[in-house]
Design a binder for this molecule. Structure first.
Ligand SMILES: O=P(O)(O)OC[C@H]1O[C@H](O)[C@H](O)[C@@H](O)[C@@H]1O
Length: 457
């Protein structure tokens, strides 16, 4: 019988299970003071309303208009194309690939639960050209999602779409999701009277999956977004306990910080379900942009998928440097399962598989891999989901969001900004000759020219 909710099992991170590389009771005690201070800071932010993502799971004023709009788009359009990047695409993409129709693009509309949702989240011309050429633009809605309203990739795609649709069609087939007041896109929305929904200023992009930025495309895909929010609300309740051992987000964040202190600063998310593959990308942005803020401390997130990456990454995880911590995600009850038929039973290699199911094999591989790492003294934690459904995915996303916010304070960094991404934008704008980027152009010009001895053409 699957458990009724998400389970965080940290036993394979403890010295009792894996020996010297495991955590001791003393390690947790050593973190208590920092954990109390991090808890205080989080609650202060909550109290001031600055911790915007915390209230989202049951914020009807944000949720309901987004779901209504998403459901309307699912009725009106065959396709929805999200023009958005980073936090403005990764959350919805992760949820839709986890909960949407598997290979839904191949299904006729009558057999799909919503519109086909596409995420061309890059300025790669080949991808965008191919997508626009293959879609029936007449039955396509473009969701322009950008918190700042100024992201070059997103605005460039919008300009291309504007050209393709023409301004009269553009207003009928485009919805903007952006800052309620500020930014270039908000100005266009005001000037041209587009439909739009806000991204609350108190919610950072990578924490915005339960704002309109995530919920509109999720609802347009026909995913049960209300249960997603419900699952997140249930996890939030569990993440309000002040103690490290009782609060799953604090325990998860604390364990990662403790191992980072021991040099295990490569943090691998390893779900054993294809449906959770894109949760890996979402996690990488969340963890990297929130915690990668100092030259001396800061974890490197890595994503893997089980069992596929047992055949690529596992060698390194099992026998490489002792600098990694793995977070497995197991699914207790697969949505569908497939029996492995019996045949060639005279051959032992086939015989032991016959009669089992692929789901049983996959989960045995997860457990076997965690046990093999433990045997080698290598720590892991396991997050077990009862099944991959909207409620469990809601729990999972909120767990990591809360763990990230908490870990930020344990690492002594601000988990909610990302100053390090600005320099590349400035130099990009200078390369493109943007007015006002002259100072950045000077930075480029001041760079030493490439050493021809090291340019092998
Ligand atoms: O939502 P936008 O303002 O368009 O930003 C999209 C993304 O780009 C930025 O450069 C940051 O790296 C991300 O945190 C953000 O999610």
């Amino acid at each position: 019988m699957p458990s009724s909710r998400l389970v965080l099992d940290a036993s394979l991170a403890l010295e009792g299970q894996i020996g010297v590389h495991g955590l001791s009771a003393g390690d947790f005690t050593s973190l208590e003071e920092a954990a109390e201070s991090a808890h205080r800071k989080l609650w202060e932010l909550r109290g001031s309303g600055a911790l915007g993502f915390w209230s989202l799971p049951d914020d009807a004023a944000i949720r309901d208009p987004a779901l209504e709009l998403g459901e309307e788009l699912a009725r009106r359009f065959e396709n929805v194309v999200v023009l958005g990047i980073g936090g403005s695409s990764l959350g919805a993409k992760a949820v839709i690939s986890a909960l949407g129709d598997r290979f839904g693009d191949l299904l006729p509309r009558s057999r799909r639960s919503g519109a086909r949702v596409f995420f061309p989240d890059n300025s790669d011309p080949a991808t965008f050209t191919a997508l626009l050429e293959r879609l029936d633009l007449g039955s396509t809605c473009f969701l322009v999602i950008t918190k700042s309203g100024s992201t070059a990739e997103t605005l460039s795609q919008l300009l291309v779409v504007r050209e393709r649709l023409g301004s009269s069609k553009l207003i009928q087939q485009t919805v903007a999701i952006t800052d309620p007041e500020e930014g270039p896109l908000r100005r266009i929305v005001r000037e041209e009277g587009w439909r739009s929904l806000p991204i609350p200023p108190s919610v950072g992009g990578r924490f915005s999956v339960l704002t309109a930025a995530g919920l509109v495309p999720i609802a347009a895909a026909g995913v049960d977004a209300r249960s997603l929010c419900k699952g997140a609300a249930e996890m939030r309740e569990r993440c309000e306990a002040p103690s490290l051992r009782k609060n799953p987000a604090y325990l998860l964040g604390g364990i990662h910080r403790l191992f980072d202190r021991r040099g295990r600063n490569i943090h691998v998310l390893f779900p054993y379900a294809d449906a959770l593959r894109d949760v890996g990308d979402w996690f990488v942005q969340l963890w990297a942009e929130s915690l990668g803020k100092s030259e001396t401390v800061g974890p490197t997130p890595l994503r893997a998928v089980g069992a596929t990456d047992q055949h690529s990454l596992l060698q390194l995880l099992a026998q490489g440097p002792q600098d990694k911590l793995v977070s497995f995600i197991g699914v207790e009850e697969p949505a569908t399962d497939l029996e492995i038929p019996r045949a060639w039973t005279e051959h032992e290699a086939f015989a032991y598989l016959g009669g089992k199911t692929l789901g049983r094999l996959l989960d045995a591989e997860r457990q076997g891999t965690a046990a093999a790492l433990a045997e080698g003294g290598r720590p892991s934690v396991t997050i077990r989901l009862p099944r991959v459904d909207a409620r469990s995915v809601g729990e999972l996303l909120f767990l990591w969001e809360a763990a990230t916010a908490f870990a930020g304070f344990l690492y002594g960094v601000d988990p909610f900004n990302q100053p390090g991404v600005e320099a590349s934008k400035q130099l990009t704008q200078a390369l493109l000759g943007r007015p006002g980027s002259e100072a950045h152009a000077k930075r480029l010009a001041a760079r030493p020219s490439p050493d021809p001895a090291f340019v092998l053409d």
